[in-house]
Ligand binder design. Sequence first.
Ligand code: TXA
Ligand code: MG
Length: 317
Amino acid sequence: MISDNLQKAIEILNENELIAIPTETVYGLAANIYSETAVSKIFETKNRPLFNPLIVHIHNINQLEELTSYIPDKARLLASTFWPGGLTLVLKKNSKVPDLITAGKDSVAIRIPNHPVTLALLKQLSFPLAAPSANPFGCISPTKAIHVEEYFGDKLQMVLDGGDCKNGIESTIIGFEGDDPILYRLGAIAVEDIESVIGLVKIKNKEEHTPDAPGMLSKHYAPATTTILEKNIEQSIKSFQGKKIGLLLFSQKINSQHVIHQEILSINNNLEEAATNLYSALHNLDKLHLDIIIAERFPDIGLGKSINDRLERATKK
Ligand code: TXA
Ligand code: MG
């Protein structure tokens, strides 16, 4: 049920049950990090493999000390610059953090989300919330309450309504090797913005199959409809003539009678706006029973990199 009843949300979480929560990136499926029962339900509900660790959501930067054993200076700088916001830090965990959250790893992923409803919720709880994106494993992430409701229906007592997600793409994840920052996942905050604060960031190999950040698993965020990523859309439309074609485009419509539906992510040519609309557009296209979705490759700068990353994973066989 979609609801904005914060008190009810607190009650459900206190009873070791799950709710979906709004964040500025995507909706999350949330539970008390200290309740094994509740956290197990996250994995079951999402059909998520247990080797894939969860992000811990906090509301105050001081809570970092309660959960971690070492915080590099660059991590503190990133936290104070970008929190609350779409950046997740992976840090050495301490013994308070349950192994189920971290999939047995000695590190824990943490962020302060920038959403007024969820910040108000976190402040009234006596525990942080573990929350992966609120989609079945491998599917398109939800950026509206209705997306979550359509995925899980009665399996969830509540989708806490916070409107549409402003950023629309998951957080950027930065981990550390010693004191050196490593990019685990492209996301809501452009790498260029991160590098302007802490200098060059190394990129973790994207193709690893048991990666440090399993969000990097190659096939992910995928529509049920076959989806391809192309530079030359017109050419591609030609090769699928006779098929039911849908397009996912950056800023300009294509003139073609062979296309059933087009989603334009930003008529203003703005990459932030495009990221905000990305998943919602994929959800729309996926409902149209198309034969093929042709997505346009984005410019490889700023959030264009994050969008291309998600489209590459969405289009992997
Ligand atoms: O924007 C977001 O990050 C959203 C909202 C709900 O906060 N959450 C999200 O969670 O995207 P999820 O579970 O879909 O993706 C979390 C990613 C996974 O790729 C996971 O492998 C990685 O974070 N991760 C979690 N703990 C980790 C750790 N200790 N080391 C490396 N990667 C970790
Ligand atoms: Mg996810």
